[in-house]
Write a protein that binds this ligand. Sequence first.
Ligand SMILES: Nc1ncnc2c1ncn2[C@@H]1O[C@H](COP(=O)(O)OP(=O)(O)O)[C@@H](O)[C@H]1O
Ligand SMILES: O=C(O)C1=C[C@@H](OP(=O)(O)O)[C@@H](O)[C@H](O)C1
Ligand SMILES: [Mg+2]
Length: 172
Amino acid sequence: MKKIILLGYMGCGKSTIAQNLSKTTNIPFLDLDNCIEKKANLSIKEIFEKHGEIYFRKLEHEMFVELLQSSENSIIGLGGGTPCYANNHELLKRDDVVSIYLKASIDTLYNRLVYNKSKRPLIANMDEEEMREFIAKHLFDRSFYYNHAQHKVSVDDKTVEETVQDILEILA
Ligand SMILES: Nc1ncnc2c1ncn2[C@@H]1O[C@H](COP(=O)(O)OP(=O)(O)O)[C@@H](O)[C@H]1O
Ligand SMILES: O=C(O)C1=C[C@@H](OP(=O)(O)O)[C@@H](O)[C@H](O)C1
Ligand SMILES: [Mg+2]
């Protein structure tokens, strides 16, 4: 195994869980959004504002391919949209990849995102009611792609440590 890939909707915990899984396993972790920000020298919000979403999706695909090309073992936290563009979902099936969908309910996502939306351009300007409806529809549309993951872990009502434990069982 070379790459452990965490995917799922915004707020499901990809970045948080990747970091904690890395501490437990001593496998280095990379957050795809952070890698894009470093390379572009702009925040995700600024990339969306200055260049638009289509340009962001291009950078996202290029960075995903670049991270997969490295021969290092790593834990990679994707962005919520990564599997849904540029056939990125096909890359989740590779033999050198363990892909894990962190599955969260609409309520879990809403509760985590409602006070954490400012850095997420797709929802940053929505009011609460609009956001709940958006998450419900968007999650439904994206689930097709998320379900290409090799494994699924439900994260509802679990602590970070419990989710990390579930992932360790998959990796064992
Ligand atoms: N049990 C939990 N597992 C993961 N994240 C949690 C949990 N409880 C609360 N959170 C919070 O939810 C948010 C998840 O955000 P993040 O890790 O950035 O998700 P993603 O990268 O999938 O968008 C963080 O603010 C995190 O602290
Ligand atoms: O769902 C999406 O399309 C996005 C999710 C974000 O990552 P997180 O899922 O880590 O918030 C980030 O890549 C960008 O704002 C777009
Ligand atoms: Mg993230």
